[in-house]
Write a protein that binds this ligand. Structure first.
Ligand SMILES: C[S@@+](CC[C@H](N)C(=O)[O-])C[C@H]1O[C@@H](n2cnc3c(N)ncnc32)[C@H](O)[C@@H]1O
Length: 265
């Protein structure tokens, strides 16, 4: 394949080994072109001439690791993705369970934690009485986007409650909407790598959403992370996983209560 910058199979293998070490993300053999296209903007920015040079640069500049990770994460998300999970959260609250603190552990650009917060406000009946959401991700770019809370109008078009939770942009923000400050205030953003030894989150959480990120990790790392996440959840708390992340092999730890939704025992 003709490419602007030299890029070898050995380069790809080094990149994916380093990504695995930093983030636990396991890239399949088929992702070589994707890696190239994601790293090229960094090469241009740093005025480097090959992926090999970039790998050397990365080895000598630990500050570059954050950019490297930001380039290679996949951040696909949407408001109320897998809507049944938000119904389960509403039912959990309606059943009288205490819900004061929720952690959204791979929050990407914010659509998921804001969907959680909207569900909490609807369940509580007011912004003031709604629970607090910790939103975290390894990717600092998506966290910045999430913290700004600005989205193209077509992303919120189908949301029934858009008038309650969003304000239409004006001037340079025409065609966009911003989450209302009352909703934004319920969220706190933190950069957390799920592979970190310690999570800087107080234990006793009532709900954890950790969706569509475990799929990037191998089975043994999935188990390790699940155990660490569960150590932050109170007994009886709700754990929500992504649609292809099934944890039914841990019946002594969590009880399934719906599609990829569990209660901690
Ligand atoms: C496909 S998105 C899923 C977003 C959202 N949870 C959803 O289901 O719509 C996966 C997210 O996981 C994040 N991620 C990947 N590896 C991570 C790690 N080791 N620690 C924390 N977040 C990670 C990525 O940056 C990305 O934003």
């Amino acid at each position: 394949m003709d490419r602007e910058f030299p890029y070898t199979q050995a380069d790809f293998n080094k990149v994916r080994a380093f990504l695995l070490q930093l983030t636990g993300i396991k890239l399949a053999d088929s992702k070589d072109s994707l890696v190239y296209s994601r790293l090229v903007p960094r090469l241009r920015k740093l005025k480097l001439n090959s992926i090999g040079q970039y790998i050397d640069y990365l080895g000598k500049h630990p500050d570059e690791e954050e950019h490297f990770i930001n380039c290679l994460t996949t951040n696909l998300t949407s408001f109320f993705r897998e809507p049944h999970h938000f119904e389960i959260l509403s039912d959990f609250i309606a059943s009288g369970e205490r819900v004061e603190r929720v952690w959204c552990a791979a929050s990407s650009t914010g659509e998921e934690p804001y969907s959680i917060a909207m569900t909490l406000v609807s369940a509580a009946g007011s912004f003031e009485d709604a629970a607090h959401v910790i939103a975290s991700d390894i990717d600092s770019n998506v966290l910045r986007h999430a913290s700004d809370g600005i989205y193209p109008l077509d992303k919120i078009d189908t949301l029934e409650q858009k008038k309650i939770f969003f304000m239409r942009g004006k001037g340079s923000n025409i065609g966009k909407a911003r989450v209302r400050p009352e909703l934004r205030k319920l969220l706190e953003f933190q950069r957390i790598n799920l592979f970190d030894e310690e999570y800087p989150v107080k234990a006793g959480l009532d709900v954890i959403f950790c969706r569509n990120v475990m799929i990037y990790f191998d089975k043994s790392n999935q188990e390790k992370i699940l155990l660490k996440l569960l150590s932050k959840l109170r007994p009886g708390g709700l754990y929500i996983a992504g649609h292809s992340e099934n944890f039914s092999q841990f019946p002594h730890l969590i009880k399934p209560i719906g599609r990829t939704a569990y209660i901690k025992l």
